[in-house]
Ligand binder design. Structure first.
Ligand code: GDP
Length: 329
């Protein structure tokens, strides 16, 4: 019998990689989508016809109870969230409810299903390096104290502890992956990597001349989303549930990103193409985020395969291709 997996947030970047990975492994894949048949959902269903979509919302416990009862999953991956840090200050309440409260709802739905059906369900929670915020240690590992610096980070801390609490309270196989930034050609264009890859592609094609950014000195530990989806799956294949930091262990600034992205289109001096606008600077910035994923490397045998340089070039090449197709109509 095929294994069954339910993914919330399936139409996001990570959902796409995870759905593909699970499908390749022979799973029956179910995805939770909020009722509206929006463009993103349509494009997702066209490119992933093997996924059965279930209507539901992390804010609506009853819809989750129904979704879990329908999917009868062996594994649930909670990737659904309002995930753009910068807008979490404008939508602090909604971010708390969806990104934090939504975790409690899905845990409750699973707990109820386990109790009533007797079937075991393994759970993955998408925790985040944003929980380290004003980082108390460099690099950050599983034992590093949290100091979130955005409403998004605070909500993720709530979800993280709730996951641990359900594991300890009910013996649930609930694991949490503290993932550092992970990117790909599917990344939303509001995130800085994709914003840069898309703008650089448009600059190459003569469709725009500059890209407007905020803090160029911000540093992140950026990995490839495809590698990180594999880590999620590995966590749920372990005998014991646990928490794992997933990171490359390397940190780079926005300036490094610009160096590589512009180099990919043959431009060595990018300063004339970059404007700064304080509107893109955050009310509170996180400190140096760089992860220590030794535990995942030892226990899961996980390793990132795609390095930073290759990642940035992959994204720029994809966007040059994509933007040329759009320009050609
Ligand atoms: P995050 O780590 O989830 O917040 O990922 P982002 O890609 O949104 O931001 C990464 C870093 O890039 C943050 O420290 C931002 O302050 C910095 N940054 C600088 N300019 C920009 C910009 O124009 N857009 C975004 N999104 N981030 C920017």
């Amino acid at each position: 019998m095929s294994k069954r997996a339910l993914i919330t947030g399936i139409t996001g970047q990570d959902g796409m990689y995870l759905a593909e990975l699970l499908h390749e492994k022979g799973y029956d894949v179910f995805g939770l989508v909020a009722g509206q048949n929006n463009l993103r959902t349509q494009l997702f269903t066209e490119s992933h016809p093997y996924v059965e979509m279930i209507s539901g919302n992390l804010l609506d416990l009853m819809s989750l109870i129904r979704a879990v009862a329908h999917a009868k999953p062996d594994e649930v991956y909670n990737l659904g969230a309002l995930s753009f840090v910068a807008s979490s200050w404008q939508n602090a309440r909604l971010t708390s409810d969806v990104t934090g409260g939504g975790v409690l709802n899905i845990l409750e739905a699973i707990h109820f299903f386990q109790d009533s059906s007797g079937q075991d369900v393994r759970f993955y929670q998408a925790s985040s390096s944003e929980m380290f915020g004003k980082a108390q240690q460099v690099p950050q590992a599983e034992s590093t104290p949290f100091w979130p610096r955005s409403p998004y980070g605070v909500a993720k801390v709530y979800g993280h502890y709730m996951t641990i609490n359900y594991r300890e309270s009910y013996g649930m196989h609930a694991s949490s992956g503290v993932l550092f930034n992970h990117e790909s050609p599917y990344r939303g264009t509001e995130f800085v990597t994709r914003k840069i890859s898309q703008s650089v592609a448009r600059i190459k094609l003569g469709l725009q001349n500059t890209v407007t950014l905020g803090n160029l000195d911000a540093q992140r530990d950026w990995g490839f989303a495809g590698d990180y989806a594999e880590a999620m799956w590995l966590m749920l294949q372990q005998d014991e549930a646990d928490d794992y930091v997933i990171a490359t262990g390397e940190t780079h600034s926005i300036r490094d990103l610009l160096d590589i992205a512009f180099d990919e289109i043959g431009v060595s001096e990018w300063h004339d193409h970059v404007d700064i606008n304080p509107a893109f600077v955050r009310p509170a910035e996180v400190s140096l985020l760089v992860g220590d994923s030794s535990k995942a490397r030892d226990k899961l045998g996980w390793r990132p395969k795609v390095g930073f340089d290759e990642l940035v070039r992959m994204m720029v090449r994809h966007d040059v291709d994509d933007q040329s197709k759009r320009a050609a109509g």
